[in-house]
Design a binder for this molecule. Structure first.
Ligand SMILES: NC(=O)c1ccc[n+]([C@@H]2O[C@H](COP(=O)([O-])OP(=O)(O)OC[C@H]3O[C@@H](n4cnc5c(N)ncnc54)[C@H](OP(=O)(O)O)[C@@H]3O)[C@@H](O)[C@H]2O)c1
Length: 331
């Protein structure tokens, strides 16, 4: 059926500026790491993605290896783009990355110029795109000179195959160095994609300060800790869940009795705020003005719509923040 987007899709969304750049992102962005591979239900993925676009979520995040199998999320996204979203290409911010294992041999991963540029060409082909909006180095490579990795990002931008350059999973020192190199090449680093949730607060120990100093935005990935910070695991491990899935990285062993106790306390607090636990967990990440966007995953459109309501209440009282810290300190 022909897709006709909601004409009011921009009415209710305020876009956030990524650092000092011209890149504007919705407070909630959608990632295609899970739920969009060839092993998944294509129609459910398509419906989730179009529901997002209908509500002003214009940013979709991919990587060369998303699937499974690797590459298949980009292929499926390419199909949706071609059949449904092609007329709206200029409204979309599409990102991809290279850094993790994608093909055999010494040039199938990490940060060499050869790997990054070859991988970007492959990604463009899979998605049927002439350019992506953000191209990321997916992880810091300790063995390749940072000048080479950043040089490859800058080259991709100069070639017109990427509009902006970004980095992901870099520690504060490497981030500062990467930003300086990119600046010297005339292609500023506009965004850092970093894991950040109530259950993983490493960015608070330096990275967010570095990003602010360098004028770089932060997009927080896995803000629901892969689904732990939702109502999913409050009693048991449901069959339809990432923890029970044979694909992916969330292990059943991560769901300890101690964690479940803390999640239930957080869930009660969320209810007092009139939110689901997922909504409160996302609001909590978004309360920091240095965070440009939360990058969520969603199995279906119901999850997406539930999570998106986080934007309605991002304020926290001092008492609520103290309680959250107290609960989390029990882990
Ligand atoms: N740069 C990197 O190294 C890196 C690494 C990881 C991820 N990422 C990016 O970040 C994106 C998001 O990561 P993520 O999928 O781990 O994010 P997440 O938002 O922390 O977890 C998403 C999962 O949580 C569950 N969920 C979501 N909304 C829910 C709701 N309202 N109620 C109940 N359950 C809900 C679903 O799990 P179920 O499947 O169990 O239903 C969903 O698949 C990825 O797609 C990718 O773009 C980047």
């Amino acid at each position: 059926m022909k897709y006709n987007p909601n004409p009011d899709r921009y009415k209710d969304t305020q876009y956030n500026r990524s650092g000092n750049s011209g890149l504007l992102l919705p407070p909630v962005s959608l990632g295609l790491w899970h739920n969009f591979g060839h092993v998944d239900d294509f129609e459910a993925g398509r419906e989730t993605l179009l529901t997002a676009f209908d509500r002003g979520i214009i940013h979709f995040d991919l990587a060369n290896n998303y699937g499974p199998p690797p590459g298949s999320a980009e292929e499926n996204f390419g199909k949706i783009l071609k059949n449904d979203l092609a007329p709206y290409r200029d409204e979309l911010i599409i990102s991809t990355k290279a850094g993790y294992l994608m093909w055999d041999g010494p040039y199938g991963e990490w940060g060499s110029r050869k790997y990054l540029l070859a991988s970007l060409d492959q990604s463009l082909k899979r998605m049927g795109l002439e350019y992506v909006d953000i191209f990321y180095s997916h992880r810091f490579d300790p063995d390749t000179p940072l000048e080479e990795t950043m040089g490859a990002l800058a080259h991709a931008v100069k070639q017109g195959k990427a509009i902006y350059a970004g980095i992901s999973n870099y520690d504060p020192d490497s981030t500062a160095r990467a930003a300086e190199i990119l600046q010297s090449l005339g292609t500023p680093c506009v965004i850092h994609q970093a894991r950040y949730s109530m259950l993983d607060r490493w960015v608070e120990k330096g990275l967010l300060n570095t990003l602010e100093e360098k004028g770089i935005g932060c997009i927080a990935f896995s803000p629901l800790a892969q689904g732990l910070l939702t109502n999913k695991y409050l009693k048991d491990i449901p069959e339809t869940s990432r923890a029970a899935s044979p694909y992916g990285f969330l292990q059943k062993s991560a769901i300890t009795p101690k964690l479940v106790e803390v999640l239930n306390k957080l869930n009660n607090l969320a209810a007092e705020r009139g939110q689901s636990l997922a909504q409160m967990a996302l609001s909590w990440v978004l309360k920091d003005p240095r965070v440009t966007s939360v990058l969520i995953g969603a199995r279906n459109k119901e999850q997406l719509l539930d999570s998106m309501k986080c934007m309605e209440n991002t304020g926290f009282s001092g008492e609520e923040l103290n309680l959250i810290d107290e609960y989390l300190s029990g882990l």
